[in-house]
Write a protein that binds this ligand. Structure first.
Ligand SMILES: Cc1cc2nc3c(=O)[nH]c(=O)nc-3n(C[C@H](O)[C@H](O)[C@H](O)COP(=O)(O)OP(=O)(O)OC[C@H]3O[C@@H](n4cnc5c(N)ncnc54)[C@H](O)[C@@H]3O)c2cc1C
Length: 350
């Protein structure tokens, strides 16, 4: 076998999960190489809305402890990225107007006056909203800052380096790439929507497509996230309002289709009538890593010295800090901050 490098950990996948884990492992003193088959932060982690949706009523209840811990960690996570990379990733919003799942009495709902203060451009007719104390980030900010932070921390990031397979040995793993092979103490599958392949041991991760687009609006007219069952609006503070997202079973198709974008735009413009559609249209699609129970897959794989950190579905931007923390703890034989029982890769075995 060619290649003589030996590192503590090899991570396949340079999205937010692989890179955040690399950062945490580096800070605990381990040598880490991230192998990304394309460009880092160019798949789901770039396509995302960036909402840190801790209290989204669509989240499975079992996700709550991870969500809460991750939100607790977020400020220090962003500070760490900034101090290493020199690039600031600000919270772009700090509050969310959420349409409740089932109708409510006016008790606890946002009042017209409150809505007019943070979202004067919103046309709330026919909707009721409650306030959630949640933030959002612009994934474009992380796209540059996170890889730079990993490199500044001493992590190695190899782009255009596809991992083809992993072989477990008594003392570690051999990781086969398109070019070479590398020996490591441990291997982590952070391949997002592509994490379900047989080469990783066959965890049930499936791609779930989401179309997204930007519209434009005076930044003072919408200063919080708005979420309804049909559409969400995420203002970036600079005139862009990111709208999303469809939920489609479309395999690995990442093509943008006009019909889906039109439907999103129509729903968004009903809520924010003064928004304008840029020309050319600014739209994209990404693949969420979905799992059968909507929960991430975090823990030891069935092959010795191999781990999974994947399946973050609609919440990987929110869950990156806690994933990095609990995976590092588990890999070092420590007790994780949050129990990983509900997220064990073995839960799908019959
Ligand atoms: C439309 C959309 C909207 C979303 N909105 C939000 C949101 O508002 N808030 C939120 O928290 N989350 C959101 N998400 C979810 C979030 O984006 C994902 O959960 C998260 O990005 C997953 O990160 P990841 O690193 O696992 O995957 P990815 O970012 O997809 O990274 C996986 C990487 O692995 C690489 N890879 C695959 N196979 C190999 C291989 N064999 N060798 C090497 N590299 C490989 C891929 O090239 C890719 O770069 C959204 C997702 C989508 C698609």
């Amino acid at each position: 076998m060619k290649g003589t490098d030996v590192v503590d950990v090899v991570i396949a996948g340079g999205g937010i999960i692989g890179l955040s884990l690399a950062l945490e492992l580096r800070l605990r003193g381990l040598s880490v190489t991230v192998m990304e088959r394309g460009q880092a932060m160019s798949s789901a982690s770039w396509a995302a809305g960036g909402m840190l949706a801790v209290n989204d009523p669509q989240n499975p209840p079992a996700l709550m402890p991870l969500c809460v811990r991750s939100w607790d960690l977020y400020a220090s996570y962003l500070d760490r990225i900034e101090s290493l990379s020199g690039l600031r990733v600000p919270l772009r919003t700090r509050r969310t107007l959420q349409e409740p799942k089932s109708p409510r009495t006016s008790n606890g709902l946002a009042t017209t006056a409150e809505i007019a203060e943070l979202a004067p451009g919103l046309y709330p007719e026919g909707h009721s909203f409650e306030w959630l104390e949640e933030g959002s980030v612009d994934p474009n900010d992380l796209r540059e800052a996170l890889p730079a932070a990993v490199r500044a921390a001493g992590g190695k990031l190899l782009e255009t380096t596809e991992v083809l397979g992993v072989e477990s040995t008594v003392s570690g793993v051999h990781v086969q790439t398109v070019r070479d092979s590398i020996s490591a103490g441990m291997f982590v599958n952070c391949c997002g929507a592509w994490a379900g392949g047989q080469r990783w041991g066959g965890v049930p991760v499936e791609p779930v497509k989401g179309h997204m687009a930007n519209v434009r609006c005076d930044p003072n007219r919408l200063r919080c996230v708005v979420r309804t069952p049909k559409v969400y609006l995420v203002p970036r503070g600079d005139g862009r309002v990111t709208i999303g997202a469809t939920i489609e079973q479309a395999g690995f198709d990442e093509v943008v289709y006009e019909a889906q974008i039109k439907e999103l735009m129509d729903s968004a413009l009903l809520l924010l009538p003064e928004a304008t559609i840029p020309s050319p249209i600014d739209a994209w699609a990404g693949l969420r890593p979905g799992t059968p129970d909507g929960l991430p897959i975090l823990g030891a794989a069935k092959f010795e010295h191999c781990w999974h950190a994947t399946g973050h579905y609609r919440d990987g931007i929110l869950l990156a800090p806690v994933t990095a923390r609990v995976m590092t703890q588990a890999m070092l034989g420590e007790t994780p901050d949050v129990s990983l029982e509900a997220f064990a890769p073995t839960r799908f075995e019959s």
